[in-house]
Ligand binder design. Sequence first.
Ligand SMILES: [Zn+2]
Length: 266
Amino acid sequence: MNIFDFTKNFPDEESCILHFKAQRDQIGVVCLKCGGKQHYWLKNKLSYECKHCGARQSLRSGTVMEHTKLSFLYWYIAMHFLTISKKSFSSSELQRQLGHKQYQPIWELANKLRDVMGKRDEIYSLSGQIELDNAFITTLIAEEQKNESLKRGAGSQKQSKVVVMTESKLVDNPHKGSKAKRVNHIKMQIINDMKADTVTNIVKEQVDSQAELTTDDSTSYKKLGEHVKSHDAQVVKPADLPKMLPWVHIAIGNVKRLLLDTHHQL
Ligand SMILES: [Zn+2]
């Protein structure tokens, strides 16, 4: 569906509600209290009422839209966005398109949709506070390359350079002694070189423009500030890295351990 078809089919809140209700009716509405399947439609309350026991449930109940107050039209526009976007889909861009004042509700909407649409990993755009670093990680190489390498006396593994990014959110009431941040999402990508353009392109595609980025002061990262809200490039001694970029180093450690475990099983 292109943008013209979309606006023709869903010009307003009413049309989205009608469409959404039709979808639900087709699947069938089941009473949460007695399991009854016959319902009255209460148009003014946007709710179903069970013909058997009178229990009510809203049109949004049990759907991805449950617990939000955002309009149906918002959800439909967001779904359309998510369906047509080939690459990274940023919450701040959606917020801009919708002309919505607050970022948080739109961010939550986009995340819920990514979950239900199964697109989280492919086009998830990292946002909030992000740590970025690179590491060498042992990876297995393809069979055909392996034979070639073995002839030259190399093993069946190689060291790959990867860019690792972690997205973390501040936790309201952290338990005593635990870290005040929580990691939501981790992305890793193998890269051929550490040129500034290579790393910059990855950030451009995978990080939201409203994100706050922390890295060390490597020249590979010098252009990143142009694509995010803020970029904190810290001068750090290697020994201090786990302190300055804690999450990304925990992630790198976990991946290395995971790969080691895999090798043990082979
Ligand atoms: Zn009932």
